[in-house]
Design a binder for this molecule. Structure first.
Ligand code: 4NP
Length: 149
């Protein structure tokens, strides 16, 4: 069993998008029984709130199933429970480190660190551009799956 946790700031735009995209990819490959995939935020701002409408609309348009969920904040216990702790941007990695102090198992990185072009994934909460975020999330999830399978 491979346990993957995506982390962003609010847990309503990018990390749920990555959660649903990766779930769809592993389902299509017949691997869903081999993965646990969840997401969290580092801020308290959106705790309890459902997925942002921009993420829902983008995923609906490309046929990626969306689950209703409540935004949840990252905790130190998540570090022990998951094999991969994957942030969307450098700020998320810095914020995760304030919860865990150290990363002895080298579990924490950005999603696009798995790609050939490591970079941050922009926050559509601020940019309003869910198309670019989706393209980056797909690139990162494909690269991540390739790196572990
Ligand atoms: P996310 O986007 O980190 O991709 O979920 C954000 C959502 C909400 C806020 C910031 C970023 N906020 O400040 O409430």
């Amino acid at each position: 069993m491979t346990k993957v946790l995506f982390v962003c700031l609010g847990n309503i735009c990018r990390s749920p998008m990555a959660e649903f995209v990766l779930k769809d990819m592993v389902r299509r490959r017949g691997l869903e029984e081999e993965f646990i995939i969840e997401s969290r935020g580092t801020s308290s701002e959106e705790i309890g709130n459902d997925v942002h409408y921009g993420t829902v609309r983008k995923l609906n348009s490309v046929g990626v199933p969306v689950e209703h969920r409540q935004a949840t904040k990252f905790t130190k216990r998540d570090y022990d429970e998951f094999d991969y702790i994957i942030g969307m941007e450098a700020r998320n990695v810095r914020d995760i480190m304030t919860f865990i102090d150290e990363d002895p198992d080298d579990k924490v990185c950005r999603l696009l660190d798995y790609s050939n072009n490591p970079r941050d994934i922009a926050d559509p909460w601020y940019t309003g551009n869910f198309d670019i975020t989706y393209q980056d999330v797909v690139e990162g999830c494909e690269a991540f799956l390739k790196s572990i399978t």
